[in-house]
Write a protein that binds this ligand. Structure first.
Ligand code: AMP
Ligand code: MG
Length: 426
């Protein structure tokens, strides 16, 4: 891994901006390549390994977009009512056999195949029906309207979805609409996770004096599960070099990436940093951000040496751990999993309060984005309670991170700011 010496990963203790750190991480990673086939019903959140090519036209035939009457546009009168004779009904799934004579129409249901020779549908509420006679006033419908074209959704032989697609609910429906019951996906990324700190206890255990419950592992487990990743839960590890070494070795043997929280600062008990230097060529970064220091990233030597195992050593403070996950680990893990870039949605919103900030670092404040009051328009954003890096409630109440960029100074109330929607748009 000596080539790292020339890369931004060799930044060591130099202060990197958030953008530099993100770019350096992205440049270092190679996605996994092992694939597997899964039934379509289990493919949500998986990453497509190959393009899905449409084996058919969708729809397979021209069909009606409305419940109404199908007729030939040649019968349509421009400046007087068109009068037609209804001679039958065509239902979805039961194509009409035979031809229709000029001046005739067929009652047709949404999705029914357009009968031969007919090209236009008038919705039933837009025409007058008297027995079998149908009257369409001029201008109500134009030639060819309310007909869905064969292949309009997906044409035979064209890629319906591309490799690297992180499958969403509508994608599953789209693939099913092609008649394809299973898909080739990349295997799930395996991410090992543990928390470090002598003071940590598992939820469900008694809390001894001076101890706290481990929350980071649960926040991060949730964040990883939402990305569709396989979590290898390695539990709690005390601030003890031998225990840390053994846990890191187990992680490296099993996982594509390792997420740790705690123990990377300069405190006496902080051994992760030293161990990293022994087990890989890990760049220890001072990233110019708040919250989020300290944060370390780099390759650990893996037993098969094909691919390094990527370590993201997140800070222990519960808010900082999640913020650094969203800022550095989320996109990187998706990249490792083979997904095309899926950045969190960024929105501009009006800030409801003034915020003090000095240029030279990026700040992430926990915030709630909501529609602006009716008198205004667009979105507004307000901060959630105490913004201390240990106050997890500020993160739990938030639906977004308010991001003040590296070069940005203080913000006045009413100014527009960037927000990252970490819960997505749904
Ligand atoms: P550290 O990064 O280890 O110096 O930890 C910074 C602060 O975060 C300390 O107050 C720790 O007790 C706290 N902390 C570290 N890990 C966790 C965790 N897994 N859950 C909750 N708090 C933690
Ligand atoms: Mg600690």
């Amino acid at each position: 891994m000596s080539e790292l010496a020339e890369s931004p990963l060799a930044a060591g203790d130099r202060n990197l901006s958030v953008e530099q750190a993100r770019a350096a991480i992205a440049a270092a990673l190679q996605p996994i390549s092992e694939t597997q086939t899964v039934p379509l019903g289990l493919a949500l959140g998986r990453v497509l390994a190959t393009d899905v090519i449409s084996p058919i036209d969708v729809p397979a035939h021209d069909n009606s977009a409305m419940d109404g009457y199908a007729f030939a546009s040649a019968d349509l009168q421009a400046d007087q009512a068109t009068v037609l004779q209804a001679v039958g009904t065509v239902m979805a799934g039961a194509p009409h056999a035979g031809r229709i004579a000029p001046g005739q129409a067929l009652r047709i249901m949404t999705g029914a195949v357009m009968p031969e020779g007919l090209d236009t549908v008038v919705p039933h509420e837009l025409c007058r029906v008297d027995g079998l006679q149908l009257r369409i006033e001029p201008g109500v419908v134009r030639a060819g309207e309310n007909r869905r074209r064969q292949g309009e959704d997906l044409a035979l032989g064209r890629p319906a979805l591309q490799a690297g697609r992180w499958l969403k609910p509508a994608d599953l429906g789209l693939i099913a609409s092609l008649g394809i019951p299973q898909v080739a996906v990349l295997r799930r990324l395996r991410v090992a996770l543990f928390s470090t700190g002598n003071e940590l206890r598992n939820a469900g255990q008694p809390l001894e004096p001076g101890c706290i419950y481990d929350s980071n592992r649960y926040s991060l487990m949730g964040a990883l599960q939402r990305l569709g990743m396989e979590v290898i839960d390695l539990g709690l590890v005390p601030d003890d070099p031998a225990a840390l070494r053994a846990t890191l070795a187990a992680a490296v043997a099993d996982a594509d990436a390792v997420l740790t929280s705690g123990g990377v600062s300069m405190g006496d008990a902080d051994h992760v940093r030293d161990l990293l230097a022994q087990l890989g060529e890990v760049a220890f970064w001072k990233v110019a951000m708040r919250p989020g220091r300290p944060f370390a990233f780099g390759p650990l030597r893996s037993p098969d040496a094909q691919q390094p195992v990527w370590l993201f050593a997140l800070p222990g403070n519960p808010v900082a751990a999640l913020v650094t996950f969203y800022v550095f680990a989320r996109d990187a893990l998706l990249q490792l999993a083979g997904a095309r870039p899926q950045p969190l949605p960024v929105l501009q919103a009006r800030c409801t309060s003034a915020i003090r900030k000095r240029p030279g670092r990026t700040e992430f404040q926990r915030a709630i984005v909501e529609p602006a009051p009716a008198s205004d328009s667009g979105w507004q954003v307000r901060l959630t309670g105490s913004q201390g890096a240990g106050v997890l409630r500020s993160m739990s109440e938030a639906n977004a991170l308010l991001v003040l960029g590296h070069g940005q100074g203080s913000v006045a109330a009413g100014e527009m700011v960037d927000v990252w929607l970490f819960d997505g748009l749904s």
